[in-house]
Design a protein around this ligand. Structure first.
Ligand code: AMP
Ligand code: TRP
Length: 340
């Protein structure tokens, strides 16, 4: 018999919450752009964790709209449903089922140590904190373990949740028998951290205080260009990359580089040779952004104008996801003595 030279394709899984009307440039350059690259070499599963979104108050119409808009943005950005499995969490009931099992395997103290929960619940106060927010990390662990991915690209703030996921996988495996793949978190190569345009030492974030600091992918291209042009820089007047002393200029360089694919060094060298000022840096960065968002918005509008096609994509995604998740949950139930 010929030994198979077939390479097992590794699985990658990630999710992005539908908590704003538009994703911002940080979501794209720091996460989704890498997902798009990864779908070519991996068996990719990408989803909208809408069950996570109800751990805090949500308006039903808004949640529904943002979920659809989230899917349309992922598609418009380049997640290809022919290559990746793209789905909405609430359409695959196994997420909620496995989350309960994992919750019962998690210590109360262990869950109480999750720093994101501690931060959020302290800010909101105990009476305005749902028990769902407390269970959030176990739901996230279920999202991951259902699909046995080797790799889970997440941002720094999700590292502790991923560690919990690994611990739960190992705990289940040792108590009930080998079942879950213990996943690795990783920050993919090329993931850029994008900073607020008005406050360039803070991460660009949907909860940023000044809307002018954020570039929303779905804003009118002119609006975004204006925001780039009014980005905070410094008084030195020299274009060079220096995060510490020149956070605003460095941020613009990173944005331009990520959007054009040209290395920062090369961009800096060209400006240097031309004796360029910040005006040129801003104009070029704004132009690169406009060249990116104009066709993006067009593709997004096309997806939004065809709800039947979106539904087809999501039905197929949910079906493909459930085909992986259901046997896993059945196995877990059987191993735990739960009738199904
Ligand atoms: P969030 O909306 O903060 O939950 O983030 C969703 C995804 O976008 C995560 O993978 C984050 O790591 C990524 N992300 C959010 N903000 C930024 C940023 N300013 N720079 C780079 N990546 C970001
Ligand atoms: N908690 C993640 C965030 O806020 C989103 C998320 C939910 C996720 N489930 C996941 C990310 C599973 C990766 C894998 O960013």
């Amino acid at each position: 018999m010929v030994m198979s030279d077939e390479v097992t394709v590794q699985r990658v899984l990630s999710g992005i919450q539908p908590t704003a009307d538009s994703y911002h440039l940080g979501n794209y350059l720091g996460a989704v752009k890498q997902w798009i690259d990864l779908q070519n070499g991996y068996d990719a599963f990408y989803f909208i964790p809408n069950l996570h979104a109800i751990t805090v108050d949500q308006d039903p119409v808004e949640l529904r709209d943002r979920t659809t808009a989230g899917v349309a943005q992922l598609l418009a950005l380049g997640i290809d449903p022919e290559k990746s499995t793209i789905f909405v969490q609430s359409q695959v009931p196994q997420h909620a089922e496995l989350a309960w099992v994992l919750t019962c395997l998690t210590g109360f103290g262990e869950a109480s140590r999750m720093t994101q929960f501690k931060d959020k619940s302290t800010k909101r106060g105990a009476d305005r904190t749902s028990a769902g927010l407390f269970m959030y990390p176990m739901l996230m662990a279920a999202d991951i373990l259902l699909y046995s991915p080797q790799l889970v690209p997440v941002g720094e703030d999700q590292r502790q949740h991923l560690e919990l996921t690994r611990n739960l996988a190992e705990r289940f495996n040792s108590r009930f028998g080998e079942t879950f793949v213990v996943p690795d978190g990783f920050i993919p190569e090329g993931a850029a951290k994008i900073y607020d345009l008005q406050e360039p030492t803070a991460k660009m974030s949907k909860s940023g205080t000044n809307p002018k600091g954020i570039v929303n992918l779905l804003d009118a291209p002119k609006t975004s260009a204006k925001r780039i042009k009014s980005a905070v820089t410094d008084n030195e007047g020299v274009i060079r990359f220096d995060r510490e002393n020149k956070p605003g200029v460095s941020n613009l360089l990173v944005i331009q580089s990520a959007l054009t694919g040209r290395p920062v060094d090369e961009i800096v060298a060209d400006y240097d040779a031309a004796g360029a000022q910040y005006g040129a840096l801003k104009t070029d960065t704004a132009a690169a952004l406009e060249a990116f968002t104009t066709p993006l918005k067009q593709r997004y509008d096309e997806f939004m104008a065809d709800p039947a096609e979106l539904k087809r994509i999501l039905d197929r995604g949910a079906e493909k996801a459930a085909a992986v998740a259901e046997p896993l949950v059945a196995d877990v139930y059987a191993k735990m003595g739960l009738l199904r």
